[in-house]
Design a binder for this molecule. Structure first.
Ligand code: HPA
Length: 277
């Protein structure tokens, strides 16, 4: 039995088989307050996971219910810029896949490259560009994963439909765009932002791409909802800071929470036959 399998068995004993997994981005931890019967499992108790080091990212699984849907939240993702190997960064996603979650919803904070996006806007990600040019799949193939996953439609169409529909019915504007995943941790130069715009990116961030790749390889339906925390370098006259990213999350996170809880409620009833807990 691998360390990963042992972790999965331990987590299943604590939290059962959640229907939906949600990864919380910078400053979006408010969703945890909506989880009932919450049970925390710190990363430090999960043998195969390192501790995150970023302010605003605590490093724990939170099992419980959103409404009446069994969920697991990942509070505190790991980033390559912290010095973690890609294999470590995606270990939580591999655990979630093995737990048998039916959907993976990733949230994150991004810089806006598209000139019509502003701080506080929500963006449903429709495609991604891996600007780090590294893959979390390099190395041996993990059990249950594909060697060469197709990336022609990285994001699950049915999940995306739910996001758009919930947003419309809630009267919340939801833009669509392409996410460029950079290594960071420095913010981009103005020239790099111009390059990313030429490549077709609408937003830029320092996470998410490896998680999406592993979710695809493991066959877990995945969607990404981004909150614009700032205009990317050169598009506004301001100096960027991580504190600003957290501040926008605190202010605008409420709309994101509304959309995510709406989608989770729908996923609880979409395939009732698949539900377990
Ligand atoms: N660039 C990269 N990552 C980010 C940004 C940004 O401007 N804002 C929030 N995450």
């Amino acid at each position: 039995m691998t360390l990963l399998d042992r972790d999965v068995d331990g987590l299943r004993a604590v939290g059962g088989t959640p229907r939906v997994a949600i990864v919380l981005g910078s400053g979006l931890g408010g969703l945890i307050d909506h989880v009932t019967e919450a049970v925390d499992v710190p990363f430090s108790e999960v043998g195969s996971l390192p501790e995150p080091t970023v302010v605003g990212h605590r490093g724990r699984f939170v099992f419980g219910s959103l409404g009446d849907v069994p969920v697991v939240l990942l509070d505190g993702r790991l980033h390559a810029y912290e010095g973690h190997e890609l294999e470590e960064i995606v270990a939580p996603v591999r655990i979630l896949a093995r737990l048998g979650v039916g959907a993976l919803l990733l949230t994150n904070a991004v810089g806006a490259i598209h000139p019509r996006l502003s701080p506080g806007d929500l963006v449903l990600i429709e495609d991604q560009i891996n600007v780090s040019f590294r893959s979390p799949l390099a190395g041996p193939v993990y059990a249950g994963e594909e060697r060469f996953p197709d990336m022609s439609q990285p994001f699950d169409a049915a999940l995306q439909h739910e996001f758009r529909d919930v947003a419309i019915r809630s009267g919340i504007d939801l833009a669509r765009g392409t996410y460029a995943g950079v290594l960071g941790p420095q913010f981009e130069t103005a020239a790099e932002v111009r390059m990313l715009a030429l490549l077709g990116a609408d937003v830029v961030g320092m996470s998410t791409v490896p998680e999406v790749v592993v979710a695809r390889a493991a066959g877990v339906p995945v969607a990404v909802l981004s909150l614009v925390s700032n205009k990317a370098t050169g598009l506004a006259h301001e100096v960027l800071s991580h504190e600003d990213v957290l501040a926008v999350g605190a202010q605008a996170g409420q709309r994101m929470i509304e959309v995510v809880t709406g989608v989770v409620a729908r996923l609880g009833v979409v395939n009732p036959g698949e539900r377990s807990g």
